[in-house]
Design a protein around this ligand. Structure first.
Ligand SMILES: [Zn+2]
Length: 434
C-alpha cells in the first residue's frame, strides 16, 4: 500500500505544483482567504468530503484582528473576479473563511486531523528578475499581499493528501478531517476554530510547515517543541489636541503616554524561569509640529517560553500601558489581536512520522524534534487534542529556499512538495489502516 501511495503522489505531483503556483498568484491575508478557501472547498467536495464551514467552523466571539467591512467586501469581490465560487464566497461573509472537511471510513473511534493554514503575509512581492515567481509569471497579483511563508504550498500539499486518501479509502478505518485554517499569521485563526469544535473527538493531529528549521529538501523534522506563547496587542491612546504655543497646558499628550509605555515595556524585568520577549513594532502619533498630539497607536507583542511566562509579560505590559495613560491624563483602549500558547509534540506521534519518513527517498536527514523558538497557533489544536488524551505533532518538511520566511523574495523549489505529501499520507495510512 505504501508503494501505491508513493505512486499516487508522483502521479499527482504536477497537480500539486499547479495548485501552489495558482495560490501563489492570488495570495489572501488573514480573514480574506475567500478564493483560496472556495477553491479548496470545491476540490474537497468533489473528492467526497463533508464540509463544515462559516460560523459552524469558526466561533465569532474568538475572532481577532478582523479587517473592516469594506476591506472584507472588496476582498470578496476580488476573489469572485479571480475565479472563486460566488455562492461559497457569499457564505463566508464576515471573514468566515476557515472550514474543515471530513471523511468517515468506519465506526472505529480513531480520528485523524491534518491542519493546513491558508493565509498570506501582508507584504509586497519582489519584482526582481532573479525572483522565480516573478520571472515565471506566478508572483502575487494582489496589492500588498504575498505568500512569503509557504502557506500556498501547505494548501497544495493538503489537497493532494486528500486526493490520495480518497483513493485508498477502502483500506482505512475510523475518520479523517482536513482543517483549512485562516489567519495563522498574527495567530488569530486556530483558537476560533478550536472553539467551534474543530478538534472535538480527534485522537491524532498533524500540523505541518515547509522550511523553517528544515533547511533543505533532504531534511525532515518529525516533531517540534518550544513553541513560544505569544500575545499581540494594539493600543490606542486618546488625549486632547491644543495649540502648542498658545495653550499647551490645555492639551493632553497621547504621544508622551505612548513613549512612556514604549520605554517602560522594554524595562519589564526578565524572568528567572525562562526566556521572554517583548517588541513594540509600531508607534504612530500626532498631526502637526505645533499641535499637542491627541492620538497614539501602538502595536506590540509579548512572548514567553511557556504560557505562564507569556502571561507574566502580558500582565506587566497591560499594567504599564494603563499606567502610562494615567501619567499623561489620557484615555486608553487595549485590544487583543492574536495569541498562541506553548506546546510540545507527542513522542508517539513523532515515532509515527519518523517511520513514515523512512519510506521517502528524498529525506536523508531525519531529525526527531527541534526547539522551535517561535510561535504558531497550531498549538491551540495540539493542546486541545492532547488534553482529551490524543496525540499530535508539528512537522517541519524541508524545502530548498531562496530567502528567509516573511522576506519579499521568499520562494521554494516545488520539488519539495511531493516528499511532504508522501510522509503525511503514509503516516495517515499507518494511523488509519484497517
Ligand atoms: Zn507560516
Amino acid at each position: 500500500m505504501i508503494k501505491k501511495i508513493k505512486e499516487l503522489a508522483s502521479k499527482l505531483e504536477e497537480k500539486t505544483i499547479a495548485y501552489r503556483k495558482d495560490l501563489h498568484h492570488f495570495p489572501e491575508p488573514r480573514w480574506r482567504e475567500f478564493r483560496t478557501s472556495s477553491i479548496a472547498m470545491k476540490k474537497m467536495q468533489e473528492l467526497g468530503y463533508t464540509i463544515t464551514m462559516g460560523s459552524d467552523a469558526i466561533s465569532k466571539e474568538y475572532m481577532m484582528s478582523v479587517p473592516d467591512e469594506n476591506t472584507l467586501k472588496q476582498a470578496q469581490i476580488n476573489a469572485v473576479n479571480n475565479g472563486a465560487d460566488k455562492e461559497l464566497v457569499e457564505k463566508m461573509t464576515g471573514g468566515f473563511t476557515g472550514f474543515w472537511a471530513d471523511m468517515k471510513f468506519s465506526d472505529d473511534e480513531t480520528f485523524l486531523a491534518l491542519r493546513f493554514d491558508m493565509d498570506s503575509n501582508i507584504i509586497t512581492e519582489s519584482s526582481d528578475n532573479t525572483h522565480i515567481p516573478f520571472k515565471e509569471n506566478f508572483s502575487s497579483c494582489n496589492h500588498n499581499a504575498m505568500h512569503a511563508c509557504g502557506h500556498d504550498g501547505h494548501v497544495a500539499i493538503g489537497l493532494t493528501i486528500a486526493e490520495i486518501i480518497a483513493n485508498i479509502k477502502d483500506k482505512l478505518k475510523g475518520s479523517i478531517r482536513f482543517i483549512f485554517q485562516p489567519a495563522e499569521e498574527g495567530s488569530c485563526g486556530a483558537l476560533p476554530m478550536v472553539k467551534a469544535g474543530a478538534c472535538n473527538n480527534i485522537t491524532h493531529i498533524l500540523g505541518l510547515h515547509i522550511g523553517f528549521q528544515a533547511e533543505n529538501d533532504s531534511t525532515i523534522i518529525c516533531g517540534t517543541y518550544g513553541f513560544l506563547a505569544s500575545t499581540k496587542l494594539n493600543v490606542e491612546y486618546t488625549g486632547k489636541p491644543s495649540h502648542a504655543g498658545a495653550y499647551p497646558e490645555e492639551g493632553k499628550n497621547a504621544l508622551i503616554a505612548a513613549c512612556n509605555a514604549c520605554l517602560n515595556l522594554q524595562a519589564i524585568s526578565r524572568h528567572s524561569k525562562g526566556a521572554t520577549r517583548i517588541n513594540v513594532g509600531v508607534l504612530n502619533s500626532g498631526d502637526a509640529r505645533n499641535i499637542i498630539p491627541a492620538n497614539a497607536h501602538l502595536e506590540l507583542e509579548t512572548r514567553g517560553i511557556n504560557t505562564e511566562l507569556n502571561q507574566y509579560m502580558e500582565d506587566n505590559a497591560i499594567r504599564i500601558i494603563n499606567a502610562s495613560a494615567l501619567m499623561a491624563d489620557c484615555e486608553v483602549v487595549i485590544e487583543k489581536h492574536g495569541s498562541s500558547m506553548s506546546g510540545c509534540s507527542s513522542k508517539e506521534m513523532i515515532a509515527i512520522i519518523k517511520e513514515a519518513a523512512s519510506y521517502v527517498e528524498e529525506y536523508t536527514i531525519i531529525i526527531d524534534e527541534k526547539d522551535f523558538g517561535a510561535g504558531e497557533d497550531f498549538t491551540y489544536m495540539l493542546a486541545e487534542v492532547q488534553k482529551n488524551g490524543g496525540i499530535g505533532s508539528y512537522i517541519q518538511a524541508g524545502v530548498n529556499r531562496y530567502a528567509p520566511h516573511h522576506n519579499n523574495k521568499f520562494n521554494f523549489d516545488n520539488e519539495g512538495l511531493r516528499p511532504a505529501v508522501e510522509v503525511c499520507s503514509i503516516a495517515a495510512y499507518n494511523i488509519l489502516k484497517k
